[in-house]
Design a protein around this ligand. Structure first.
Ligand code: MD3
Ligand code: FE
Length: 201
């Protein structure tokens, strides 16, 4: 069933993708990862992130000791593959006023992977929303404030849920505290995939 909730300005569309649509999108993402393999970016402090990543689209998100940035190519030197049509359709449905996305970041969470509280601010124009699609195991998602610190609120994101982050929430701190590993049967070996669509330029 599709239901909707709002958490600090983040619109959470529960059950936006039915199981067949999730399986089809997963196959599309596996093809992206075959062309542009997953890697674990290093933080500026030289420690690999627990989340493995790749991207599709004009730009991919990248991090190393020099810092965070968008790159035109995968570290192997190949172009990022195109954003799959199944993923673009979700953007069009939920961000109809926005231009097309320049980046689809693919985050892969193995057992124990997490993402600390951060802001998404590597993009040029924060007026465009971010759309995020969850596939596989459930994740405890936390949203805080635009300023550092203060109270936060959390919600479990499950396979097929889609978040739309616009307006003031666009610069809110957010992160993934933990994965309920093995809670979904979508990925046969467990784990979670999150797709984040953004306008970069
Ligand atoms: C709230 N990814 O890649 S997606 C990221 O589930 C990232 O992998 C998380 O944060 C994940 O940067 C969360 C949902 C999301 C994305 C962007 C946001 C929530 C957001 C930007 C502002 C506020
Ligand atoms: Fe983020």
């Amino acid at each position: 069933m599709q239901t909707e909730l709002e958490l600090r300005g983040v619109r959470v569309c529960k059950g936006w993708l039915d199981p067949a649509a999730q399986a089809a999108m997963l196959a599309d993402i596996r093809a992206v990862a075959a062309a542009a393999p997953l890697f674990s970016p290093e933080t500026r402090w030289g420690k690999p992130m627990s989340v493995a990543m790749t991207s599709a689209g004009k730009y991919g998100w990248y991090s190393d000791r020099r810092g965070y940035r968008y790159e035109r190519r995968h570290p192997s030197g190949v172009d990022w593959p195109p954003i799959p049509a199944s993923v673009l359709a979700v953007w069009r449905a939920l961000a109809p006023e926005a231009p097309g996305p320049d980046c689809c970041l693919v985050n892969f969470y193995r057992d124990g992977a997490r993402m600390g509280l951060h802001q998404d601010r590597d993009e040029a124009d924060f007026t465009w929303p971010v759309v995020s699609i969850s596939l596989g195991d459930a994740a405890l998602f936390r949203v805080g404030n635009v300023e550092r610190g203060g109270k936060t609120e959390s919600v479990w994101l499950e396979s097929g849920d889609v978040c739309v982050i616009g307006g003031a929430a666009r610069l809110a701190h957010h992160g993934i505290d933990r994965i309920r590993f093995g809670s979904s049967s979508l990925l046969s070996d467990g784990g979670r995939i999150n797709l984040t669509l953004r306008v970069v330029d």
